[in-house]
Design a protein around this ligand. Structure first.
Ligand code: NAD
Length: 330
């Protein structure tokens, strides 16, 4: 099948081309992101392949349809960037990669926690400059602390398992309880109890109307003084302006984020020689207790392989009129 890939990075091309030898799709690569201005580039193809910051609002979906696109193949799990109602109206199918190494994201979440806590990023720079002082490097033991996991699907469950291994007490909040996790010692709580009793809170639920800005001033007020908040889910789970206020007042002790509300304007690109116009991220970058990575939690060899293979299979299933195993049901 002829399909076009938007937001291409070198690693996408490498992994897709390696595995496409078995599928023989005709692939066109564009580095540009998909939006209403770039959607016309899909002309002459039957499907598009997109990532987390490609924007498929109603206007974009209309242009895709007019240009013959009948399949949107997301090479990620989340689909909050697609106007699913518009896609349904135009009978454009949506497929995704529901799970690609949940451990990759869970392990990156732990990396954020350990770095923020034990300040290895600061120690690394210090020692390289010949500064062997330990001043301001004091952390805390994870052993015995309470970790609150919001969303215990594939990634949240993998993360909870790792934190149990550290000897943490693990609280969870989800609209569905995971019996296996319960049998391993994870304790489900209501949202408010989890917020008020956790030393570390980590977000692993999807972004939707219910979860949008679930961490706002009210939620932050309920948290323990000095708590650590980690978000590797989606940026808008957090109301950034409220989090900045909580950091300024000292209410929030640490923030580690791999996702950011306005990330589509920044992430995955090099702005190091430009003036950054986003004042919220600029403010976040000034805090010594904030660690930001640019949506890299998924970035492991294993996950990239799984993303490429599942996406190529999804497209082949559509081409061959087979049931779409990974369809986003609208
Ligand atoms: P999943 O579908 O397996 O799990 C999501 C869990 O959230 C489910 O258990 C679901 O019941 C729960 N949930 C849904 N609504 C909720 C609500 N209102 N409150 C509490 N819990 C709720 O998904 P997953 O594979 O574990 O991924 C979770 C999220 O992580 C994805 O939606 C995506 O946004 C994000 N993600 C980020 C990266 C990254 O690189 N940073 C990579 C993959 C996924």
């Amino acid at each position: 099948m002829k399909f076009v890939v938007f937001s291409t990075k070198a690693y996408d091309k490498e992994y897709f081309e390696k595995f496409n030898q078995d599928y023989k799709h005709e692939i066109t690569w564009f580095e540009t992101a998909l939006n209403a201005d770039t959607a016309y580039l899909c002309r002459g193809h039957n499907a598009i392949c997109v990532f987390v910051n490609d924007k498929m609002d109603r206007k974009t979906v209309e242009i895709l349809y007019e240009n013959g696109i009948r399949l949107i193949a997301l090479r990620c799990a989340g689909f909050n960037n697609v106007d699913t109602e518009a896609a349904r109206q135009y009978d454009i199918k949506i497929v995704r990669v529901p799970a690609y190494s949940p451990e990759a994201v869970a392990e990156h979440t732990v990396a954020l926690i350990l770095t923020l806590n034990r300040k290895t990023h600061k120690a690394y720079n210090r020692v390289r400059e010949g500064n062997f002082s330990l001043k301001n490097l004091i952390g805390f033991n994870l052993y015995g602390k309470t970790v609150g996991v919001i969303g215990t699907g594939q990634i949240g469950a993998a993360f909870a398992g790792i934190m149990l291994g550290f000897g943490c007490r693990v609280f969870a909040y989800d609209v569905r309880e995971n019996e296996r996790l319960k049998s391993r010692g994870v304790e489900y709580q209501d949202f408010c109890t989890l917020l008020s009793e956790s030393d570390i809170i980590s977000l692993h639920c999807p972004l939707n109307a219910e979860t949008h800005h679930m961490i706002n001033s009210e939620a932050l007020r309920m948290m323990k003084n000095g708590a650590m908040l980690i978000n590797t889910g989606r940026g808008a789970l957090i109301r950034t302006k409220d989090v900045i206020k909580a950091l300024k007042s000292g209410k929030l002790g640490y923030l580690g984020i791999d996702v950011y509300e306005q990330e589509e304007h920044l992430f995955f690109n090099d702005w190091s020689s430009s003036i950054i116009l986003d004042d919220d991220i600029s403010r976040l970058l000034t805090f010594p207790n904030v660690l930001i990575t640019s949506h890299q939690a998924f970035l492991t060899h294993e996950a990239l392989e799984q993303i490429a293979v599942t996406t190529l299979e999804n497209i082949s299933d559509f081409e061959n009129n087979l049931p779409l195993r990974n369809e986003v049901i609208l």
